[in-house]
Design a protein around this ligand. Sequence first.
Ligand SMILES: [Zn+2]
Length: 458
Amino acid sequence: MDFYQETLKRKEEMVKDLQGLIQIPSLRDLDTKTENAPFGKELRNALDYVLNMAKKDGFKTRDLEGYAGVVEFGEGDEIMGVLGHLDIVPIGTGWTFNPFGGEIKDGYIMGRGTQDDKGPTMAGYYAMKILKEMGFKPKKRVFLIVGCDEETGMSCMKYYNEHGEIPDFGFVPDADFPVVYGEKGIMNLSLDGDVQTKIVRLKAGERPNMCIGEASVTLLGYAQKDLFNFYLNTNHLKGEISELNGEVTYKIYGKFSHGAKPDDGINAAWHCLNFVGSAYQDEFASKTATLLRDWRAEPLGVKVFGSHMGYLTMNIGVVEIEHNHAHIILDIRYPNETNDEFIFNTISKTFESHKSELKVSLIQAKEPLFVNPKSTLVSTLDKIYRDYSKDLTTPLLTMGGGTYARSFKNFVAFGAEFPTRHRPEWVGQVHQADEGYELEQFYLATAIYAQAIYDLTK
Ligand SMILES: [Zn+2]
């Protein structure tokens, strides 16, 4: 069966349905939270959009009180799951496209969530729809599960695990092809303390899982223009100075990136600390910048390279300093060779031994995920990907991002980004400005998902 041809027959309606979903600004907004909308009005709208579309297409649906939804297909004892999400990360800055436009340009659909994760989720939906329209009768039940809170702690999947029917196996279209069989453990640590510093104010970062793309730091007195320009030049950064009522504010532009890949970003808040540390001989700022200077966390004593998953990574996601109180949140991703207890203890001791005023505490920790790369699930998905993409060389993957795959047992991440397709420079990555998704990848992913559901439930 050629699912790619079946997909192409439907490409106009696929794009239209995806555009409609991109145009819903489904950011978590607890100010508009109501009984069946635990994450606010827009996420409720996005969930209704998907469930209504599925009802119209003749699927059975279930609404888990606004936490998540299920589109169901087929009969049988076992349940295969396809798990995506409808929530998006904040817009950030630097967009040249309308983030909620869904505009098409040169074969790309542009907007927040096109790739993470509305496009891939829509591909999963169309995979089921194509199979249904072709008259396929799966011998298992197939669930498309859409969650509404993936980006902020996955409380939707906690709710699903308590109230929903648990799938036996499945995949998550929220990462890369071929197959992601391992994911790093994730820890969020907070560093808090009353500190001696010249910093009047430094507030930057929206959440732990994003590298801070821009930050401002305010101090008393006149601007140290020459030192600041020297700092910007030597570090290849852009920035600006403003002065008001005896205060000076230095703004630094870095680069946003996903918190799992801090080495792809430039942390502007870290640069603010580092600049103040040297320009103002501020001991707190310089000590903190020194301890946090490396994305592999070597100065913290926890540098480790995993044989499947690569380096432990550290992102500084939130920095808030005001009234001589500091609050910093770190996002640490670690391979399966180490564990959260070791990391926590080592980092705590490091801050103590450097006589830092900051005290380390644990906000949350999630174990790494690891599925045998030789299992039926992984080998089936792997083969389908090779058949459709003709990519015979890219190895199976592990990653640092915490996808939904860890919500259930026997789940792996599977697409929907193709390592073989080149992204033009004007298209941003996941969580960055000008996020976009190539339509050709959208169609090919849909075909691959249809084949995967077919092969695993026939
Ligand atoms: Zn995602």
